[in-house]
Design a protein around this ligand. Structure first.
Ligand code: KMH
Ligand code: ZN
Length: 304
């Protein structure tokens, strides 16, 4: 029987800005519609951030999440995965507020403190729709993303143990897989772990096939049969590395949070377009796509 691959779609994120693409979902209606369409195209998991509808700026205000979450829940059965990463400029409490409020079955968890450099994107644009866009990108030269050991343990306790969420453990380098394995050995987290290998963020491991093999062999050595992995290649690496990850036994993540493109220099016109593209590639290779309920069962989620 063909292996079923879980597709995650991260629909808006907090890296890309309104100037970069007219197709980036910003308003509650756009985020809801993008999520529902992505689910209909085959995404089992929808990874969510919110935006301030007034100007498209990344937001961690629970009210901004409440403006689209009910519609997504009503109109599709996808697994809702709420970011706890937010953006580097948000405080820890701000970042956690949406997941504390919505108590989803899944949350992201970035496995450590790191430089998270998105400032190179500034060079691609001459004019900005809003001054905050280039300021936000430039700030990533100076402001690291922080998740200390104390932060990680608090998030695991609060959202995991108290609220019953399971995590998309985002690992941006092999050292973060070591941290994950340490928590597994200490019994703070339990299998099956869902590990997102993130390649191509400046400050983390680069987006190359060799690096994906290193991430996978490290996780195999440290986590054994206690985990499933998924692959997120930032920017132009999205489709090639996701495909490679699937061939290596993993799952895939696409979406406009991680890449605005569908081909070289060609903007994706929707999240669903990227989901459809990876689905076609995977099905052409003989894989099947996991439904949301199949993913729920495999990842032992508490349910919608
Ligand atoms: N945009 C990804 C590279 C999070 O939301 O926790 C990182 C991300 C972080 O998804
Ligand atoms: Zn995210």
């Amino acid at each position: 029987m063909a292996r079923k691959i879980i597709i995650t779609c991260a629909v808006t994120g907090s890296i890309h800005t309104p100037t970069m693409s007219p197709y980036l979902p910003l308003t509650p209606d756009e985020i809801a519609l993008a999520s529902i369409e992505a689910a209909r195209a085959g995404a089992a998991i929808i990874h969510l951030h919110a935006r301030d509808p007034a100007n498209g700026r990344p937001s961690a205000d629970p009210e901004h999440f409440r403006a689209f979450l009910p519609r997504i829940k009503t109109e599709c059965d996808a697994i809702v995965n709420i970011s706890t990463g937010g953006s580097s400029l948000m405080s820890l409490d701000e970042r956690l507020a949406p997941a504390r409020d919505a108590r989803p079955e899944m949350c992201s968890l970035n496995m450590g403190t790191m430089n998270f450099g998105v400032f190179p994107l500034q060079d691609r644009y001459k004019e900005w729709q809003h001054p905050w866009e280039s300021e936000l990108l430039d700030a990533t030269r100076r402001v690291p993303f922080t998740n200390t050991f104390d932060d990680l343990e608090m998030i695991i306790e609060d959202l995991g143990n108290r609220n019953g969420a399971r995590f998309e453990f985002e690992c941006y380098d092999v050292g973060q897989i070591e941290t994950l394995a340490w928590y597994l050995r200490k019994g703070l987290i339990r299998a099956p772990l869902y590990v997102q290998f993130v390649l191509g963020v400046l400050g983390g491991i680069g987006a190359s096939p060799e690096n994906l093999m290193i991430m996978k062999s490290t996780a195999d050595r440290l986590l054994g049969d206690q985990y499933e992995f998924s692959v997120l290649g930032a920017g132009g690496a999205q489709m090639p590395l996701a495909t490679m990850g699937a061939v290596m036994g993993g799952n895939v993540r696409v979406g406009l949070e991680d890449s605005l493109f569908i081909g070289a220099g060609k903007l994706a016109t929707s999240n669903a377009e990227q989901v459809t593209r990876i689905r076609q590639i995977l099905e052409a290779l003989g894989f099947e796509i996991a439904s949301a309920d199949q993913a729920r069962a495999r990842l032992q989620l508490k349910g919608a």
